[in-house]
Design a protein around this ligand. Structure first.
Ligand code: FES
Ligand SMILES: [Fe+2]
Length: 391
């Protein structure tokens, strides 16, 4: 993020603190609870959002060397991401071209992928290299039997994969997809971060409720009274939409330490948490000292279940016990806050939505990022009643 933007945001934050205000939506808005409970709505989300948009599958630091790879299944498509001998990252269907077995599992570094069923062997660029007892496949053109590729773009240390091949073929224009955020993400130097750990979490709630919980700080002083509330100015956020994506800046109380300093010395990141929604399913959190991503996927066919990856990326290699303890504590605290405070509340909401008690959820003017995210998703799936001002 450039200096001018940082200073402008900090000026806004100080002005809000002094006036006891926050960024506001134009109006209160209302979202039909069917956005969270309707199976047809979920089917459209699965078919469109999780197939036809680039998804953030990870950071480049997870596959730094040729042969490094990982698999990912949560979109519903078995995906293999691997770095080739030429240093390029590629994505494939993790599906053997013989009879469809998975050719890779988990993550690691290897020279090729050997299907565990009959031993067909694929190179790092997806090419079919070997068929045991090949004489029994007369006429088979190996060149036409490589792993089926998927679109992948690597940009600013991020790996974007689209789980289907669209009209653009294997190209993803990540710069265009990120729009104005492209320059902002370039400035974070993500390529220099190190992957610490990824945890998989499954909860009984609609996938969008996971994202909702990051999109307002109205709840901090109540739900998080005894945990993170003392660190933040509750009910204060700076919101900016970026096309499909959005940014929400949450000022920390430590911001007060910057008040007496000349603007040229102001520093945004140590005194704010910066939350992005990278459409459709990633919450990217720039924390004071690390990067955290929450990548959320619905369980196919289940409106009230989702699985997410929580990834921690840290600025320095974790190569000592004390560093490991530090990050372990940090990750445990994050998980405790979200899993023991946010998600139980959200699971209650999911059951409440299903109960028929009300037709709409109501978003206050002080929840502008939340209303924007819900409207963006609704519009992307062609919802006829996107969140609006008519209850
Ligand atoms: S299914 Fe992969 S080698 Fe047979
Ligand atoms: Fe929360």
């Amino acid at each position: 993020m450039n200096r001018d933007e940082q200073v402008a945001l900090m000026r806004q934050a100080f002005a809000h603190i002094d006036a006891g205000t926050t960024d506001l939506a134009d109006a209160v808005s209302f979202n039909p609870v069917s956005a969270y409970t309707c199976p047809q709505r979920l089917a459209r989300e699965s078919a469109l959002l999780f197939r036809k948009y680039p998804l953030l599958l990870g950071l480049s630091n997870q596959i730094p060397q040729p042969g490094d790879h990982f698999t990912d299944d949560l979109s519903g498509v078995p995906i293999l991401v691997a770095r080739g001998k030429d240093g390029r990252a590629r994505a494939f269907h993790n599906v053997c071209r013989h009879r469809g077995a998975r050719v890779a599992e988990g993550c690691g570094r290897q020279k090729n992928f050997v299907c565990p069923y009959h031993g067909w062997t694929y190179g790092l660029e997806g090419e079919l290299r070997g068929i045991p007892d090949q004489r029994n496949f007369p006429g088979l053109d190996k060149a036409a039997y490589g792993l089926a590729p998927l679109p992948l773009a690597e940009r600013h240390g991020m790996l974007w994969v689209q789980p289907s091949v669209g009209p653009e073929g294997l190209e993803i224009d990540a710069q265009r997809f990120l729009g104005e955020l492209d320059a902002e993400f370039a400035s974070f130097g993500l390529a220099g971060y190190h992957h610490y750990e990824t945890r998989e979490i499954r909860r009984q709630l609609n996938w969008k409720l996971v994202i909702d919980t990051f999109l307002e700080s109205y709840h901090f002083s109540v739900l998080h009274r005894d945990s993170v509330a003392p660190l933040f100015h509750p009910n204060l956020c700076l919101f900016k939409p970026f096309g499909l994506h959005l940014r929400e800046v949450l000022p920390r109380r430590s911001l007060e330490s910057q008040r007496g300093l000349p603007e040229s010395e102001w520093d945004l990141i140590p005194h704010h948490t910066i939350v992005y929604v990278l459409f459709p399913n990633t919450v990217f959190v720039m924390q004071v000292d690390h990067v955290e991503t929450w990548r959320v996927y619905p369980t196919p066919g289940k409106v009230d279940e989702c699985t997410m990856y929580l990834d921690f990326h840290v600025p320095n290699p974790v190569d000592s016990d004390s560093a490991r303890r530090h990050w372990q504590r940090n990750m445990d605290l994050t998980i405790r806050t979200v899993c023991e405070e946010d998600f139980p509340a959200s699971e209650g909401m999911q059951r409440g939505f299903a109960s028929g008690a009300q037709t709409h959820a109501t978003y206050g003017r002080n929840e502008p990022a939340l209303a924007y995210f819900q409207r963006t998703v609704a519009q992307a799936v062609g919802e006829t009643t996107p969140p609006g001002d008519a209850a």
